[in-house]
Each structure stands twice: as structure tokens, then as C-alpha cells.
Design a protein around this ligand. Sequence first.
Ligand code: COA
Length: 497
Amino acid sequence: MYEQRIRRPELMSKVMTAAQAARLIKNGMTVGMSGFTRAGDAKAMPLALVERSRNEALALTLLTGASLGNDSDGMMANAGVVARRMPFQADAALRRKINTGEVMFIDQHLSETAEQLRSGDLKEIDVAVVEAVAITADGGIIPSMSVGNTATFAQQARQVIVEINLSTPLALEGFHDIYLPVARPHRGAIPLLTPWQRMGWTSIPVHPDRIAAIIITDSPDSPSNALPPDEETDAIARHVIRFLEGEVQAGRMGPELRPLQAGIGTIANAVLHGLIDSPFRNMTMYSEVLQDSAIELLDSGQLSMASASSITLSAAMHEKFIRNLESYRERIVLRPQEISNHPEVVRRLGLIALNTALEFDIYGNVNSTHVGGTHMMNGIGGSGDFARNAQLSIFVSKSVAKGGAISSVVPMVPHVDHTEHDVDVLVSEWGLADLRGLAPRERAPLIIENCAHPDYRPQLRAYLAEALKGGGQTPHVLEQAFAWYGRYKRDGSMLVK
Ligand code: COA
């Protein structure tokens, strides 16, 4: 019945229900699930595990590529199935459990998880649960809309549960390029010299004996929850485009720019969308996630190809993408996240990295993860993999949050994800600060005058003036540096009345 999807006949006997397959997972195990920013996640097993947890204790360490869709992270967290979670999440219910301390969250650079598993720095995966389009005649697992960490999980796990998703088109076969580095210390260079190069397999090689169960599913990925562009994101996009035009005019790059990386979420998607109105042509992407904006640029012809680890689209764009799948076959490559985010490759290709900050400080340090310095939002994701190693590391943010009550430009960020050393350019809807070659004392006035909201500029100027009196390479008044957070808690606004 599923001959096209299970091409190795003896594996037919492994088809079972999700409830039956869930028995393979025991309390305390480490489970690696496919799924990366809502794309290609296992659909049936999270539900089966939640169901099982109603009658017995089941607390797992759950590793994925990145965030899951279908409310899986939230449902598993609420049921107590997830005791430990890594390396990324973006779910409101799970976020609450993390911030109350009920779930231990290990926030990691997304390129690092596979490396740590391979090195034995993390406990090995007991069971891998992976969504697939099909299993090939030689036992290869063809992933669906993401690769993420699936290849590492499937190769390391003692047992592999495959979810064959009938709603995924068979034509996805051939989009993936599965290449995994060998263990250190005898590793050579990753032979990737251009974003479009292929160097691996189109499926994940797994010995058929380790495929312990096959579940048949047919539910689609959750659509992207990125919001449409607005006035502020349009303004941010205009500043970024003008800056990149300057880079071309200065002869630092051609009109094809450098391979682009764009982070997750509404703002990065909107900024990339803004490139539709840019003069740049024959651009390429070497990114982690392709959102709607990447497909728009492929369709407009401005982007010649895109490499990533997952494709996360709105419902309408997903439908269009699947309908025209063949037109993208030669122009999209899906890679393991270890390769899409690999520092060695990012540095070699000279990327333009575009990521979003929750907030940044007057010296250029960026907080992307911790609201108010303490509460986890999503995680660092791949932003650190890219920011440190890109040719140009750009961070964007709206200048204020929560209707103006929070300034996204602060004296000192209370949590640092990206240090001043990894940040070249900062952009808000008000303007852009090019920090390259500038000392902290030179950066601060530029960031305040170009990026901060006008309402907050007097406060920031006053802080800087006071800080300068104390001297230093990076002047601060430590007793006042975090006072803005106290004021927000107390008065409901960071603004001095
Ligand atoms: N303090 C508190 N909350 C803030 C804030 C600040 N300084 N700045 C923004 N927020 C809130 C917003 O109000 C919004 O809250 P809501 O969901 O209650 O409306 C939320 O953060 C998201 O902000 P938004 O402006 O919609 O931006 P976004 O969807 O583009 O997401 C990040 C921004 C930083 C959360 C997101 O990009 C992220 O998780 N980044 C880290 C991982 C990463 O960069 N990965 C990319 C590598 S490829």
C-alpha cells in the first residue's frame, strides 16, 4: 500500500500505530526528534507520548533541530513529558515552564548540538523519531521540509522511529544534501566552497535493522507565525538596503552581495522581503531557515539559489511552493544544521548575517534571548553561529517594545548573547549605526543618535555623559546601568517621567 514510500519490502512489517511505537520510549530516555522552526517535525509521536503520560511517569530529555510545530512543545511540556529540552524552542507554554524552572532548557548554538553528540559531550540519543517523505530501497531516510539534526539523531540512536508523512510530496526527494563531518581529531576541511554545492547523500543512511517502527501520518507542518511587514520593518529594510548599496559603491562587494543569512521571526522576514525593492541581482542565500521572503526573492529572480536547513512558510506560500516544487529543485538545497550554520563555512563564504535583537546597548552588545535579563524568549538559535563568523554581522530591532514602554536601546544589556566584537551594524526604524572600526566611546553616540527612539535619547545621552566622567575603555555607571529595568517594573515604563 505504501510501496512508493517504504521501498524496502521487509520494513513493511515495522508499520504500527503511534501508541505501539511509543512503547519503545522509556521514562528517563534521551529522545532526538526531527523538526526545525515548525518544519518537518514528528507529528504523531508527541501526541502518543502525551497520551501515555496520563497513566505513567514519562519524563524525557528532548533534543530537536529547533522549535516544533503543532503545539507539540507546549503539549509535551504541559504533560510533564519534557524534563530537559535543547537546543531551541519558541513555544509560549514551554517558555512558561522553562521560566518557572520546571523544564531545564539548554540554550545552544544550533551548529553545536550534533558536534557535542558526536564527541560524547552529551548523553547519546536512545531513540530518534524522524519525519520522512519515504524510506529508500537501501534503507535511506528521505527527510521532509527540514533536515536539522535528524541525520545525527538517526545515525546515533539505538532505535529509529520513522513517521512517513503522506502529505509531504515525493518530489521533495533530491532537495536534501546530507553531509556529516567525521569525528575529530582526524577531520579534513568541509569541502563546501559555494552555497550551491552538493557534497552528500539525498537521504540519511540508516541500517534497516535499527528502524524499529514506522508510523504513517498525514498532517501538514504548522504554518509560519511571522507577522506581515509594517511601517517600522519597512523602514529598517530601507536602512539596510541603503547601507548595502553603499557597500557595493565602495567596491567591497558586487551587486550580487555576499550570501545572505536571515534570522527567524517577523522582523528578519520583513527585512528580507524589503529586498524585493532593491537593485541587487543574482543574490544567494546561505541561511538556516527559508521564510516566505526567501521564496518571494527566488520567484522574483533576484535570488538565484538558497541553501538552508528548513523551509517554514505561511499556509498560502506553502501551497504555492508545493505546487511549483520542480521550479525550485535546482535552486534550493536543504542541509543538516551543523553544515548550514557551520562556523568554518560561514567564515569561508563571507556571509551577510541579518539577525534580530530583543535589545542592544550603547556599546553594541546584543541580547537576543532573555527578556529583562532573566526570562527566556526563544533561544540563541543560529544567530551566534552566524554573527561571530559572518563578513558583515547586522542586528536589527524596533527601537521600542510594548507600545514604547520598553526601549530596545539600553545603557547595558542585562544578558549578552552577541558581544560587541560580533556586531558590525545595528539598525532600528530610525537609522543605522555602522560600528566597524569604531572604539566603544565612538560607538555610543552613534547608536544613541541613529538607533534609539527620540523619546529615549535624552536619557541615554545623560547616562553616557555621567559614565564618561568615570573614564574607562567602556564607560559605565554600574549602579545605574540596570536601573531602567527596575523603573519598568515599578512604573510600567523605562521612560523617566
Ligand atoms: N524587551 C522585552 N520584550 C521585547 C523586547 C524587549 N527589548 N523587544 C521585543 N520584545 C517582544 C515583543 O514585544 C514581542 O512580544 P509579543 O510576542 O508579546 O508581541 C516579542 O518580543 C517578539 O518581538 P517581535 O518584535 O515580534 O520580533 P520577532 O518576531 O522578529 O522576534 C526575536 C524577535 C529576538 C524574539 C527572535 O528573532 C529570536 O528569537 N531571535 C533569537 C534567535 C535567532 O536570532 N535565530 C536566528 C538565527 S537563524
